[in-house]
Design a protein around this ligand. Structure first.
Ligand SMILES: [Zn+2]
Length: 143
């Protein structure tokens, strides 16, 4: 684990490879189905072996759907400097669909089909752990 400026909001969702975030999922070695977040077993009813292994997800994809959160969430969901934000459903590598916050979008100009890439961004600052990071999706063109 690198110390590229923060800890993760939750264990097992993603890690940082020299500062670049990577989502961690599960792939069934029998039928090839990819799951995120990590699944304890393959959920494909046609699959016989259900043999799963840890898998790194693709980092680029396309925005499939989104919603804008305009109300402050309950305190359990902690975020500093709260302002309305968008949550998107992203198809990564045509294999798996992942929900995540959108970063770097104008909330009134989000377009389905936009190519996005995975980024890590600070969610809040913890007194003991320092910046706590989450993953998000940013427009690919803004790289
Ligand atoms: Zn399977």
């Amino acid at each position: 684990m690198s110390s590229a400026g923060g800890s993760m909001v939750a264990d097992g969702l993603f890690d940082l490879d020299e500062g670049a975030p990577r989502l961690i999922g599960t792939r069934c070695t029998s039928c090839g189905t990819l799951y995120f977040p990590q699944a304890p077993s393959c959920r494909n009813p046609q699959c016989r072996e259900k043999a799963i292994e840890r898998a790194i997800l693709p980092t680029h994809g396309a925005l499939l759907s989104y919603t804008v959160q305009r109300y402050r969430p309950p305190p359990l969901f902690r975020i500093d400097d709260w302002q309305p934000y968008a949550i998107g459903l992203v198809g990564l590598g045509d294999e798996v669909e992942v929900m995540g916050m959108l970063s770097g979008f104008a909330l009134d100009a989000i377009a389905i089909g936009t190519r996005v890439r995975l980024v890590a961004q600070p969610l809040y600052r913890d007194a003991e752990r320092g910046p706590v990071l989450t993953y998000a999706f940013a427009p690919e063109a803004a790289a």
